[in-house]
Ligand binder design. Structure first.
Ligand code: ASP
Length: 333
């Protein structure tokens, strides 16, 4: 029988109503007691490195999860992390960079409703996650939610209330789960052959600047003392405005002088960026030789940047690592 480690971290799945609203109260052992059918195909132990609404999860918790998995890696066949849904896509992307080529499955799940309610998605999501983690073919960092298995770098929370909260962006789901049946759409078993690589650091000093009509470049130089990289969420396939005064380009010159990376992303969720399409993108891309996110999700762009900054500050090496595919995160370049 497969041995699974359940890592409980809080979130709605483990929450109860208090007079101040929902907060995580339900232990990992209790979570497990709601899915006794899991005992038919796996033996599960439980740990809980922290218990938070995922609103309060940041890089310190990502590193704690990496450490918990690395410490227990040889003792288990798979890992299931119960996590709040609000920042789950960031945690899944961060773990995809911190634990690369995992030959064992590292599954993240959560729920839109607490597990102890009579009507909830929590029991299905947890049972599906255990079932998927117990598959011989499963490996790498994935999200299991609402019957879909999504690569850890490709998920986005798209709905605040409905059970199908997550979408797989610019990439098909790895598999779907229908009752007890698992149908794989992606055959990437060859990735299991590589060595599993564990990383222990991330630089959280990354600033995301979302453009709106009228955005100025003036603010960018004030960010320099506090941040090591800047991601700009541009318009459409990659348009950067130039209103004459206080241009974004002017701000970028300061970042280039400081030798800090600037990455272009798009505020459009689907189909990715391509700054070469319009003059308003290409001119600035060429002038500053900017890496762009192409089909990567914003969550992956942010956490990949944090991971790369912990590896190198060299611009050429930054670019090489940024465009190297990790856990299916990028197809175009
Ligand atoms: N606020 C909750 C959290 O992210 C939402 C959820 O889990 O669905 O922890």
């Amino acid at each position: 029988m497969k041995k699974i480690l359940l890592i409980a971290t809080g979130g709605t799945i483990a929450s109860r109503y208090t007079e101040n609203g929902l907060s995580p109260q339900i232990s990992g052992e209790e979570l497990l007691s709601f899915v006794p059918e899991g005992g038919e195909f796996c033996k599960t132990d439980v740990i809980s490195p922290f218990s938070l609404d995922s609103t309060n999860v940041q890089s310190a918790q990502w590193l704690a999860l990496e450490k918990a998995i690395e410490d227990h890696y040889d003792s288990y066949d798979g890992f299931v992390i119960c996590h709040g849904t609000d920042t789950l896509a960031y945690t899944a992307a961060a773990l995809s960079y911190l634990i690369q080529n995992s030959r064992k499955p590292i599954i993240l799940t959560g729920a839109q409703r607490p597990i102890d309610l009579p009507v909830t998605d929590a029991r299905t999501n947890l049972l599906d996650s255990l079932r998927f983690a117990a598959q011989d073919r499963a490996h790498g960092v994935c999200i299991v939610f609402s019957g879909q298995v999504i690569a850890g770098t490709r998920a986005k929370k798209e709905r605040t209330q409905s059970y199908n909260a997550f979408a797989s962006i610019n990439y098909p789901p790895i598999a779907v789960i229908q009752q007890k049946r698992i149908i794989f759409y992606i055959d990437d078993g060859d990735l299991k052959a590589g060595n599993t690589l564990f990383y222990h650091d991330m630089d959280p000093r990354v600033f995301l600047y979302k453009l709106i009509p009228g955005s100025s470049g003036e603010v960018l130089k004030h960010l320099l003392p506090d941040y090591d990289a800047l991601i700009i969420e541009s318009f459409g396939v990659g348009g950067i405005p130039d209103y004459g005064e206080n241009s974004i380009a002017g701000g970028l010159k300061e970042w280039r002088k400081a030798g800090k990376p600037v990455i272009m992303a798009t505020q459009v969720t689907n189909e990715g960026s391509d700054m070469s399409v319009y003059q308003v993108g290409q001119t600035i891309k060429d002038a500053f030789d900017l890496p762009e996110s192409f089909d990567m999700t914003l969550e992956s762009t942010v956490t990949k940047t944090m991971w790369i900054l912990s590896q190198t500050r060299d611009p050429a090496e930054f670019k090489r690592l940024f465009y190297r595919t990790v856990n299916h995160d990028i197809l175009f370049r």
